[in-house]
Design a protein around this ligand. Sequence first.
Ligand code: CA
Length: 255
Amino acid sequence: MSFASRPGAGAGSPASTSVLVVEDEPAIATAVARRLSAEGWQVETVGDGLQAVDAAARLSPDVVVLDVMLPGIDGLEVCRRIQADRPVPVLMLTARDDETDMLIGLGVGADDYMTKPFSMRELVARVKALLRRQQRAALAAELAAGAPEAEPPVAVGDVVIDRAQRRVHRAGEEVHLTPTEFDLLLALAASPRTVLTRERLLAEVWDWVDASGTRTVDSHVKALRRKLGADLIRTVHGVGYALEPAGASAGGGPA
Ligand code: CA
């Protein structure tokens, strides 16, 4: 693999980018496939859960767009099975906002969620954001493998974030995060005790500038709290979130 000379360019040319679309409603599947193909991506569409698992194994797609309600096995199970095989960014299509919250609560492991109906422009923007993040993560992993000392672990209170290995420990216990949850935690940890707006987090973690996506931030904060402890991230209502190092509220370092 060669490094791109410009950030965000080069890695994964459109023609080599493959997107798997899993959707059982023919009208939506056709419209989505047509729009994504217009970006120059290789698009394959399947309408059933078991076919989706097979197609993911066969194609090794760069991104999966996955409807929740499917014949055969549902989108949750499809997501689990394809992620168990190989980590791949998943954009889940849901019917309602509360369904998104429910899925986050279950820790399904999707990277982003979009509620139907959605605009094709929004869909393309989110798929592009997932592709960019995946390329950045691949590049970071490659750099870290060459020079692990270049990215020392970040410690905030009792949370230790190993950027090179993309692993997280709290109080010595390893906590397994999805790639999106990891990036969100890292963004919060870059400025502990500082309130970061949902819009800023959306832009930093999701490469998103549209405020309509801030529910995605809320949902993933919920997932981080469930995995790392409810005390770690403080909500500032109407503004955003702040990471609060445990045991540091009295103004001191470790006891
Ligand atoms: Ca469906």
